[in-house]
Design a protein around this ligand. Structure first.
Ligand SMILES: Cc1cc2nc3c(=O)[nH]c(=O)nc-3n(C[C@H](O)[C@H](O)[C@H](O)COP(=O)(O)OP(=O)(O)OC[C@H]3O[C@@H](n4cnc5c(N)ncnc54)[C@H](O)[C@@H]3O)c2cc1C
Ligand code: FES
Length: 255
């Protein structure tokens, strides 16, 4: 049986902005198994509150397994108080990873809303080895949700930023940035973020006859396909985000 439960030691829990943290975890044999797009299901507390684990995309898997997270409620608040050297119980790496773009692709456009940017750094670590032009369109609520994207730039990514209030980058939604880039066909799309944004990207790509993949965020309980709590409607019937996803063909998701 493949091991998927690890007691990880916290190497770093770094504040990136007033809202965002990056947690680096280490456990023997864990990092080597990670593929871009997979997630880790974290037991943030040893007691009963919160009862369920919390899922987070794997932001990077090099020497450590890193997650980028926004403090939105009890679980992420507890996580933000963890210190270097503490141990934390994790299930992972879980879920289906991103697939590579189809042969002949010239340009890859990643469209991320908020912490939906998290799975794309590990993806660019893989894609930079090919000859694609990489573009990241990143939309956030405000400047407190925008962190340094230098690691993306180091991976050769063109980065365009939009915020809802215009406090960083262009004012408006991330989907509006799409019309500002030069498409170098064939272009392939990856997206991750809130459902209204995914719907918007679906509509845009239908109009432009583009294909791609989307990574979805659903509230999860078990994280391993047993409770069916994270089921979503797809063109192939109901699918669980934790086990059948989180990555799906963009046009397969029914929103
Ligand atoms: C596959 C996957 C990957 C994810 N990756 C990341 C990531 O890289 N970084 C990150 O910060 N977050 C990520 N999330 C979301 C993260 O799991 C939630 O923010 C977290 O569970 C909230 O826990 P909490 O106890 O702090 O908040 P709670 O008290 O549980 O909830 C606070 C608020 O957040 C909302 N919320 C809770 N869970 C989700 C969810 N899954 N999707 C949307 N809204 C939610 C609740 O409805 C509520 O309004 C991911 C979710 C999934 C399913
Ligand atoms: S969270 Fe239980 S099936 Fe997905």
């Amino acid at each position: 049986m493949i091991k998927c439960q690890y007691t990880c030691s916290i190497v770093k829990n770094q504040k990136m902005t007033s809202r965002l943290f990056c947690l680096s975890l280490k456990a023997p044999g864990f990092v080597q198994r990670v593929l871009p797009g997979q997630f880790v299901h974290v037991r943030v507390a040893n007691g009963l509150k919160p009862f369920f684990r919390r899922p987070f995309s794997i932001f990077r898997a090099q020497k450590t397994v890193d997650i980028l997270y926004d403090v939105v409620g009890l679980g992420t608040r507890i996580l933000s108080e963890k210190k270097k050297g503490e141990s934390i119980d994790c299930l992972g790496p879980l879920g289906i990873s991103f697939r590579l773009p189809p042969p002949g692709t010239k340009q890859v456009v990643m469209i991320a809303g908020g912490v939906g940017v998290a799975p794309f750094l590990a993806l660019t670590d893989v894609l930079k080895k090919e000859k694609y032009q990489l573009v990241l369109l990143y939309g956030a609520r405000d400047k407190d949700h925008v962190f340094s994207l230098k690691e993306f730039r180091k991976n050769g990514c063109q980065v365009h930023i939009a915020t809802d209030d215009g406090s960083h980058g262009v004012k408006g939604r991330v989907s509006a940035l799409f019309s500002k880039i030069n498409l170098k066909m064939p272009t392939y799309i990856y997206t991750c973020g809130p459902k209204p944004m995914i719907k918007c990207v679906q509509d845009l790509t239908r109009t432009q006859h583009l294909s791609g993949q989307a990574s979805l965020e659903e509230v999860m309980a078990c994280g391993v396909g047993v409770c069916l709590g994270c089921s979503i409607k797809t063109t192939k019937g109901f699918r669980t985000v934790c086990h059948d996803g989180p990555v799906f063909d963009l046009q397969e998701i029914i929103l």
